[in-house]
Design a binder for this molecule. Structure first.
Ligand code: ATP
Ligand code: ZN
Length: 222
């Protein structure tokens, strides 16, 4: 399985979401010329040995870990939640957000340990479980896919674990941050083991080009 063509790389990116615009701009600034997403899930770069796969962000860790894609751009939060092990080439600095525990504004919960034996609603069950386990706080998880912020006011969770950037959505839903679990930003990832020398060369070349666009922060002359 994996990629049979060794002369080009497949780059998995989010087809339509918060990561998409910055991802596409970054790849174009790095010199790649390719079509925007328009129901075609797979587009060839016109001037570079690469194909862009337009997918759901949640699927990117699997595509990269399995070698179906040779590169991916995905949020750290999604990578962590997936549990897949990949090689992170670069921190890309966009889509910054944090995974936090939030509780109703008027609740008297003042620290994470106050949540002992309570119910937590989240779309990040693995990350949430890991946090509470590490901190030896027994809790129950309710896994819901979206609009997690609504759970406390509907009365089926005492707290939520969710992604926040500005915190506006929390305020709108009468929630406040209790505790930050982790920070997140977009990452450039690649499989732990790249199958061919040719691909490794292209991956390296793209990493250098992207680093240069980012301002050379992670770029060193060898
Ligand atoms: P998909 O349909 O691809 O599954 P999605 O709805 O799961 O998309 P988006 O809302 O587009 O995902 O968010 C993609 C990623 O952007 C998140 O996983 C996170 O890394 C980051 N993100 C989420 N919220 C914000 C925000 N408010 N500001 C910046 N980045 C964010
Ligand atoms: Zn998603």
């Amino acid at each position: 399985m994996g990629n049979s063509d060794n002369k080009s790389v497949k780059i998995a990116i989010q087809k339509d979401g918060r990561l998409t615009q910055d991802t596409v701009s970054l790849l174009r600034a790095a010199g790649l010329s390719f079509e925007n997403y328009n129901r075609k899930l797979f587009v060839k770069c016109r001037n570079y040995p690469a194909e862009v796969l337009y997918v759901r962000d949640d699927d990117i860790p699997y595509y990269v870990a399995s070698g179906i894609a040779d590169l991916g751009i995905v949020g750290q939060n999604v990578l962590r939640e997936s549990g897949f092990r990949v090689n992170t080439l670069l921190d890309l600095g966009f889509c910054r957000c944090s995974l936090v525990i939030a509780v109703p504004q008027n609740s008297n919960i003042s620290r994470a340990s106050d949540l002992r034996n309570s119910t937590i609603a989240t779309s990040y069950p693995n990350s949430a479980k890991e946090y509470f386990k590490e901190n030896k706080i027994p809790i129950k998880i309710v896994n819901i896919k979206g609009a997690v912020e609504i759970a406390p006011s509907l009365g089926f969770a005492h707290a939520i674990v969710d992604i926040v950037a500005t915190g506006k959505t929390l305020v709108l839903n009468n929630l406040r941050i209790l505790q930050k679990i982790s920070d997140s930003q977009a990452l450039l990832i690649t499989p732990n083991e790249v199958t061919s020398k040719e691909k490794a060369k292209i991956i390296d070349d793209l990493k250098v080009k992207i680093s240069e666009v980012l301002g050379g922060k992670d770029y060193e002359y060898l």
